[in-house]
Design a protein around this ligand. Structure first.
Ligand code: NAP
Length: 149
């Protein structure tokens, strides 16, 4: 898996991903030191999972996840060189907006499967409601907030 971004959301996402024991987790961040720090602290917490910092070339990854702030505007650049995405890759967003981000748009055009940021938001609502003792079913959240894609 390749994760782009190591900010607030990126830290939580990388931890959640690493706990699922991916074959490898590579973290890229514009400010490289943050990706290196995050990879080092996750490796310490989950030593059996191969985690490292790396570049943003998405070629050959099964899953690419955007945890950067890029994508809210149609004019935003994609956080990866989009032409290097592989057709079979699952491309996921943290950014929540109507329609595809530039990354999801490019990925869709290349034949990738895409996953919108709303799903992450919906998942958090389900978890928060469970924590508060008033659990909501995922289907209920989706019905109230609308389909995620
Ligand atoms: N779906 C959800 O439920 C959910 C939940 C939380 C957040 N989000 C979304 O996730 C995104 C990140 O949120 P956050 O809280 O992690 O923000 P944050 O802590 O401010 O981190 C921003 C991240 O984006 C990178 N970034 C910002 N501008 C960039 C640019 N021009 N080029 C390349 N990288 C850039 C930053 O890199 P540097 O470290 O180099 O600045 C950093 O990795 C936002 O779009 C937010 O709305 C979604």
């Amino acid at each position: 898996m390749l994760q782009l971004g190591a900010g607030g959301a990126g830290k939580s996402m990388a931890y959640a991903i690493a706990r699922e024991s991916p074959a490898e987790l590579v973290i890229y961040n514009r400010s490289a030191g943050k990706a290196e720090e995050l990879a080092a602290s996750l490796s310490k917490a989950l030593p059996s999972v191969p985690i490292r910092s790396g570049d943003n070339n998405p070629s050959g990854f099964e899953v690419v996840v955007n945890a950067t702030a890029l994508g809210l505007r149609d004019t935003d650049p994609t956080p990866v060189p989009a032409q290097q995405l592989s057709a079979g890759t699952l491309v996921c967003e943290a950014v929540v907006r109507d329609g595809d981000t530039p990354l999801l748009k490019a990925a869709r055009e290349l034949g990738c499967t895409v996953h919108h940021g709303q799903w992450m938001l919906y998942g958090q609502i389900v978890e928060i409601s469970r924590f508060l003792g008033v659990p909501l079913a995922p289907e209920f959240v989706e019905r109230i907030l609308g389909p995620a894609d």
